[in-house]
Design a protein around this ligand. Structure first.
Ligand code: TNX
Length: 725
């Protein structure tokens, strides 16, 4: 046993020493990297010289290195020289660091830009703070590099959670450091319209905000405040320019004809011609899909897209097409008449009629219409459209097979709103995965044939932000925590065409890239510490030079972890690591997470839904639902057969991971005899946590204090009961 362990340690050591400096820790790894003898010293007098075409990349470099920039074709010694080399592909570059200077040759300004990005990675991480002090010494080397995918994208949902101009710019800056070259902005959704349209100012003036005072109900948090924002066209031009300097193209999306609840609240005339049943939502019209039979809708959308096509230089315009509630069209006599007249038999065909009409218009503007993968389900969508495959690998393959140019981004590998391990925040509908899984994505291994691969236009990841808004006050930034280092893996995969072996990549990440990200101002996620309980001692370890901390159940303190903890109750301890703004998830031994399921009866002032009775939640496996939204004075009562002794009880409305379909506001009451109740706190995001109750709990009641919430009903969760440790 001992010998085996020793052997493993030696092999690991050889591995570490052998590969710690693979590619000099560059991410994404370059095609060729050769270390050479000698050094070059960048002095305060060193100049950046460039040919005329490369001015933008030269000036960009000077943002990071405080050096004079000079336009010149003479390759003077001792300088950093940027020149164009037409023999290289547009985004390809070579970078040579020699005793005489640094030469970057780019196929175009874009290639030179990536040469500059690689040069930054060769410098001390401090360079990313834009405050590096010269002189700086640099080891000689030669890099030759080019990307495999022309389209290396990332999508940011600025609708559910508003991200302002500076936030987007900061994000763009860091995407560029990872050699991503497309930023797809999800500019509209049910919860907000984020881009100014001059011919229809109401879209942003009204639809840019939700909550009190807006026809659009609050959602996912910030219930008591007017919440939102939008980009004026001037601001967007500024973002587009900022991105262009960093070789990033901004692709706008207006999500249609579904996900349009916001638009429908601002312009109710876009909806279908029937009066919906609004009893359960107290008169609030929750419909989200545009009517496809109204000519005025096409006229309106043409006005919108005409402005967008002029504003965004990108060749792509995304028109959405996901998750349309087609049942709305079934109730609309006009949509039904259209369907009949065209000989259609399904909602999918009606959707494609809509997408085709819009696509035709987009094409007439000289742009490529882009759609989510559902938009080809009926098989009638124009082949001029480009498909974004998100639902599954199969959906991506289906699009490529049908002959569509396709952006491959199945949620199982590329949705960075998925949680990174079982107990971290995030969605889980597609998968639970961390940065290591993305590197394993391989088109061939996923079954794509050579012909299908020809239609793969690129790779993209996305961050949908419905969970972001309720995390805004967290210490570390949720967006960055969810997306880094997963974006490091995305950059590696999209640039190199294939991922890397995780252990090798992880060394580049930990040994070189963590410190770069800290200087970039990224609050990234680190791998959780590994816990071991042996011989009455609980120990924690990490492999990334981070600092370990622990807390003890029932005690508010957080303590640095310095040595194994002697204890017979390892389940009392929760650990995490920190490094600057970076953080790992919390971890404890399994017993800490154990829950009990005491027999409970759930009743309410609101009638239960017949499909989802409250007994679902009593069974601890599924959720129940009310038959309508909650109003002031409504209550849910949880009565236990026997008083429950526990250290914590969580009673929640809404999804457990997503604040939706809940009591927006209210309080919780506890009883130890089932008769008399005392207030035990306010609801937070629809839920109550009762910590360290003094006596066993016989019953809990949550009381709603706000009318309606723009939803049709309320989800009733099973209680979560944590036993005493
Ligand atoms: C699916 S992806 C959606 C989004 C959600 C996301 C959550 C897509 C085209 N539609 O509306 O935010 O899942 O992961």
């Amino acid at each position: 046993m001992r010998i085996a362990k020793f052997f493993v340690a030696i092999v690991a050591l050889i591995f570490v020493v052998g590969s710690a400096y693979a590619y000099n820790g560059i991410i994404p790894r370059p095609v060729e990297f050769e270390k050479r003898n000698g050094v070059f010293t960048i002095l305060t007098t060193t100049k950046i010289t460039h040919s005329a075409e490369l001015r933008s990349s030269a000036k960009y470099l000077a943002e990071y290195l405080p050096l004079e920039v000079q336009e010149s074709n003479a390759a003077a010694k001792g300088n950093i020289v940027l020149k164009e080399n037409k023999n290289l592909a547009a985004e390809a570059y070579t970078l040579e660091v020699g005793a005489d200077g640094i030469v970057i040759e780019g196929g175009s300004n874009a290639g030179a830009f990536y040469g500059v990005e690689t040069l930054l990675q060769l410098l001390p991480a401090k360079v990313y703070s834009k405050q590096i002090e010269l002189p700086v010494m640099l080891g000689a080397c030669r890099v030759a590099d080019e990307p495999k995918f022309e389209y290396r994208g990332f999508m940011l949902d600025v609708s559910r959670t508003w991200i302002d101009v500076d936030g987007v710019k900061h994000y763009i800056e860091n995407l560029a450091h990872h050699k991503i070259n497309k930023l797809h902005l999800h500019l509209s959704d049910d919860e907000g319209w984020r881009i100014e349209i001059k011919s229809h100012p109401e879209l942003t003036e009204v639809g840019g905000f939700r909550g009190p005072g807006s026809p659009v109900a609050a959602r996912y948090g910030k219930w008591d405040e007017r919440y939102g924002g939008f980009y004026t066209q001037e601001q967007m031009k500024d973002i587009i320019e900022f991105a262009a300097v960093r070789n990033i193209e901004i692709i706008p999306e207006i999500d249609l004809p579904g996900h349009s609840h916001n638009l429908a609240r601002v312009r109710p005339e876009v909806l279908c011609n029937f009066t919906p049943d609004m009893e359960s939502s107290f008169g609030y019209d929750t419909r989200s899909a545009l009517c496809v039979s109204k000519e005025d809708n096409y006229k309106f959308l043409e006005e919108v897209f005409k402005e967008l096509a002029e504003l965004f230089p990108s060749q792509y315009v995304h028109i959405g097409g996901d998750e349309v509630v087609t049942s709305q069209w079934k109730k609309c006599p006009d949509c039904q008449a259209l369907s009949k007249q065209k000989g259609m038999t399904s909602g999918a065909q009606l959707q494609e009629y809509f997408m085709n009409r819009l696509s035709e218009y987009i094409v007439s503007l000289g742009k490529v219409p882009c759609v989510w993968n559902e938009a080809i389900n009926a098989g009638t969508l124009t082949k001029q459209a480009m498909v974004y495959g998100w639902e599954s690998v199969e959906a991506c393959r289906k699009a490529t097979k049908a002959g569509y140019k396709t952006i491959v981004m199945p949620g199982t590998y590329f949705y960075f709103d998925m949680r990174q391990s079982a107990r971290e925040p995030g969605h889980n509908w597609a998968a639970i995965f961390d940065a290591s899984k993305i590197l394993k994505f391989d088109l061939k291994e996923q079954g794509f044939t050579d012909d299908e691969i020809k239609n793969v236009a690129g790779i993209q990841a996305s961050f949908f932000s419905e969970l972001y808004i309720s995390h805004l006050d967290d210490e570390s930034d949720y967006l960055q925590y969810q997306t880094y280092p997963r974006i490091c893996s995305l950059g590696e995969l999209a640039w190199c065409g294939q991922g890397a072996e995780w252990n090798e990549f992880y060394l580049r990440l930990v040994n070189s890239h963590y410190s770069r990200m800290l200087e970039m101002g990224i609050d990234f996620r680190m791998m959780p510490p590994v816990l071991k309980y042996e011989d009455g001692k609980l120990s924690a370890s990490t492999d990334d030079n981070s600092h370990m901390y622990y807390s003890v159940e029932g005690d508010d303190g957080v303590y640095p972890y310095v040595a194994p903890i002697k204890t017979d109750k390892p389940q009392m301890y929760v650990f995490h690591t920190e490094l600057g703004g970076a953080r790992s998830a919390d971890v404890a031994v399994d017993a800490y997470y154990k829950m009990i399921e005491p027999k409970v009866k759930i009743t309410s002032s609101i009638e239960e839904s017949s499909n989802n009775p409250y007994s679902n939640a009593e069974g601890y496996r599924k959720t129940g639902r009310t038959s309508r939204a909650g109003k002031n004075g409504d209550w849910l009562l949880y009565e236990f057969d026997e008083p429950v002794e526990c250290r914590r009880m969580y009673i929640g409305t809404g999804y457990s991971h997503l604040p939706r379909l809940l009591f927006n506001a209210g309080y919780v009451e506890v009883s130890d005899d089932g008769e008399t109740f005392r207030k035990a706190g306010e609801l937070y995001l629809g839920a109550a946590i009762i910590d360290e109750p003094e006596k066993p709990i016989k019953a809990v009641r949550i009381v709603c204090t706000e009318d309606g919430n723009g939803a049709e009903n309320v989800i009733v969760q099973a209680p979560k009961v944590y036993p005493k440790l």
